[in-house]
Design a protein around this ligand. Structure first.
Ligand SMILES: [Mg+2]
Length: 130
């Protein structure tokens, strides 16, 4: 799976923990574990805050910072990992409105809140993909 993440309100990392509303619940180590299991990881948030260790061309897709570039960032990540099937993509975001757009407009069926994602984590850790 290609797992695309929002950051603020979604991922728990030191870079965004100075403001309560930016704090997320998914420990960044979970991203590392998923990566080790063979999943592809992409940070697709237009936010200036992000887990530093995931910065760089391999994981960080930031088309721009205006807040409306998520789908472009997800598409960049798909291109980078050579994925054309939207069913191979998961998107995780704390904002239900954003999840709805990514699901209903952009056609990514597997969208999760951070809480919902953490409930699936055991399954994802089991199902190693290449
Ligand atoms: Mg967010």
């Amino acid at each position: 799976m290609l797992i695309c993440f929002d950051v603020d309100g979604t991922i728990d990392c030191k870079e965004n923990d100075n403001e309560e509303y930016l704090k997320g619940i998914i420990p960044e180590d979970v991203l590392v574990e998923l990566w080790k299991k063979g999943h592809k990881i992409a940070i697709c948030s237009p936010s200036p805050y992000f887990p530093d260790k995931w910065k760089g061309d391999n994981h960080w897709f930031q088309r721009n910072g205006d807040g409306f570039s998520r789908w472009e960032n997800i598409q960049d990540a798909m291109k980078h990992y050579n994925i054309t099937d939207k069913d191979e993509v998961i998107y995780v975001d704390d904002l239900r409105g954003t999840l709805k757009i990514v699901r209903d407009v952009n056609g990514i069926k597997k969208v999760y809140t951070p809480e919902g994602f953490m409930e699936e984590i055991e399954e994802l850790m089991k199902n190693e993909t290449t």
